[in-house]
Design a protein around this ligand. Structure first.
Ligand code: NAD
Length: 506
């Protein structure tokens, strides 16, 4: 079991239990020194401009693609994932580098703005976006590269220096890539990582100018409270309890296959995992049969390229205990496991892919984030009841609706969450064109899209006088004559709908 000592961390392979490596923990002083070093180099990085920075990020993309298997080996060992679940991370990062590299100018390039009133006719209005000098990224263990480097990429592209604090359970893959940035790629010294548990994360919050945190809502609250002490802005990507709604007119084979993959992929250790399913009554029996058959047939265990499996290990022993607790709580309250339902005997840390029925919202498995290979399925009268239950959650990260396209789309629009998929699952994460972020207690802020890079910048408004005399009419001295002239003008433009009066469009 991964253990964190005061000055070192043991990293284990959850698929076998074997010790991989022991790494040193960074003290708060070491965190401060790292931030200070990259901070000193950030102005030069910013001065390179969008194209100059894309040049270096392009080298990182090429390195990731050239060294994909090496990176996957490290990450698979520290997470216990099956190869297929690990395999999408380098490709996603390469896509993200290209996405922001080619769109950054449109997203954060300087903007000109037309004044809203003729009273500002002498002014030129511009907005420039300047990076937060140092961004701290604190990340979890379920997708170590995507959730550390994926947030670093837009920050670096924006001109920030970045320091990552990966999860203590999965520190190796991130460290390997950042070492390569420094020593194999020869990238500017604006990108580094620090290692440790919560204390190291807390030290990072104090030192940086912006915090991007991904993890549980419990830790998110602590990070936000600490950031409040220095008024450091935060973006929080937190947990989820994502619902799937299956309408009676859905393609039930597609819906069941999607539920199996969306619920069991990465052993269900995905913030956007399908965790709870609401099925309209006429489709319930057939859907449950198909889902149970699909999940029951999944192959579980440690794999490599020559012997593929479907479902890997649990990465965090603490999480396995939570999964076990949710499932036993449900079974004790009358739920039935149609397949799975228990921890697998070692070696390694595994929980059987599980389908629960006869569940309800009094059970933890339908209310709290399970974050394991478990789905609970409920029969509902109609779409209205499905929506009421889907929205009965403190979380609102993402979700999915399956059914005839137009009807499913109408239902999807009413699910309270940051992103919703119609007739698919999880795919919104790869649609990086649109924002991804949580409603309610699933987060604050978004990643991806324009907002995913703009958040790493501060806007600076430039109000530039193009022409003017020795003084403006509003300056001293205040005279009766000027007041008589200015008051009606300002009343006209300030208080009346003058555009409509003059026959202009709003
Ligand atoms: P966690 O909250 O336990 O830890 C996340 C990170 O925070 C780790 O690096 C940890 O060392 C660090 N940390 C712990 N205490 C800290 C403190 N006091 N100050 C600063 N940093 C501290 O989460 P986890 O168990 O690693 O990950 C699982 C959680 O992450 C789940 O809730 C999951 O839903 C969520 N998650 C969310 C998204 C998303 O995009 N919304 C993506 C993946 C995972």
């Amino acid at each position: 079991m991964p253990a964190a000592a005061a000055d070192s961390i043991e990293v284990h392979n959850p698929a076998t239990g074997a010790l991989i490596e022991t790494i040193p923990v960074d003290s708060p002083q070491a965190v401060a020194a790292t931030v200070q070093r990259v901070r000193a180099n950030q102005p030069e990085w910013e001065a390179m401009g969008i194209e100059g920075r894309y040049h270096w990020l392009g080298k990182l993309r090429d390195w990731l693609l050239d060294n994909e298997q090496r990176v996957l080996d490290t990450m698979q060992a520290e997470t216990g994932k099956v190869r297929a679940d690990a395999g999408n991370e380098p490709g996603y990062l390469a896509d993200l580098i290209n996405f922001y590299g080619t769109r950054a100018a449109g997203f954060i390039g300087e903007e000109g703005v037309r004044p809203h009133t003729p009273l500002l006719a002498s002014k030129k209005l511009r907005i420039q976006y300047r990076p937060h000098p140092v961004v701290g990224i604190i990340s979890p263990w379920n997708f170590p590269l995507i959730l550390s480097l994926g947030d670093s990429i837009p920050a670096l592209q924006a001109g920030c220096a970045v320091v990552v604090k990966p999860s203590e359970l999965t520190p190796l893959g991130v460290a390997e890539v950042i070492e390569a940035w420094k020593h194999e790629i020869g990238g500017p010294d604006v990108f580094d990582c620090v290692q440790g548990v919560g204390e190291t994360g807390g030290a990072l919050v104090y030192e940086v100018d912006f915090i991007q945190f991904t993890g549980s809502d419990r830790t998110g609250r602590k990070v936000m409270a600490r950031a409040a002490e220095t008024l450091t802005p935060v973006s929080l990507e937190l947990g989820g309890k994502d619902p799937m709604i299956v309408l009676a007119d859905a393609d039930l084979d597609r819906a069941a296959n999607a539920a199996a993959w969306g619920g069991m992929m990465n052993s269900g250790q995905i913030c956007m995992s399908v965790e709870r399913i609401y099925v309209e009554e006429p489709a319930y029996d057939a859907f449950v049969d198909k889902l149970t058959a699909e999940v029951g047939g999944l192959r579980q265990g440690s794999d490599d390229a020559s012997s593929p499996k479907d479902v890997g290990a649990m990465t965090s022993p603490k999480q396995t205990a939570i999964v076990e607790d949710h499932v036993s709580d449900a079974l004790a309250s009358g739920a039935r496991a149609l397949t799975g339902g228990k921890r697998v005997e070692g070696p390694g840390d595994y929980f059987e892919p599980t389908v629960l029925v006869d569940v309800d919202h009094s059970m933890k498995v339908m209310r709290e984030e399970t974050f394991g290979p478990v789905v609970g399925v409920m029969k509902v009268r109609d779409a209205e009841e499905a929506l009421q239950l889907a929205n009965d959650s403190r979380y609102g990260l993402s979700g999915s609706v399956f059914g005839e396209r137009e009807r499913a789309e109408q239902v999807a629009r009413r699910v309270e969450c940051g992103a919703i998929n119609v007739n698919d699952v999880l795919v919104n994460y790869f649609a990086m064109d649109v924002p991804m972020g949580g409603w309610k207690q699933s987060g604050i802020g978004t990643r991806h899209g324009e907002g995913g890079i703009k958040k790493y910048c501060r806007s600076e408004s430039l109000v530039i006088t193009r022409f003017g005399g020795k003084r403006e009419p509003t300056w001293y001295p205040y005279t009766k004559g000027r007041r008589r002239l200015l008051a009606p003008i300002s009343r006209f433009f300030g208080a009346r709908d003058w555009r409509r009066k003059l026959g202009l469009r709003r």
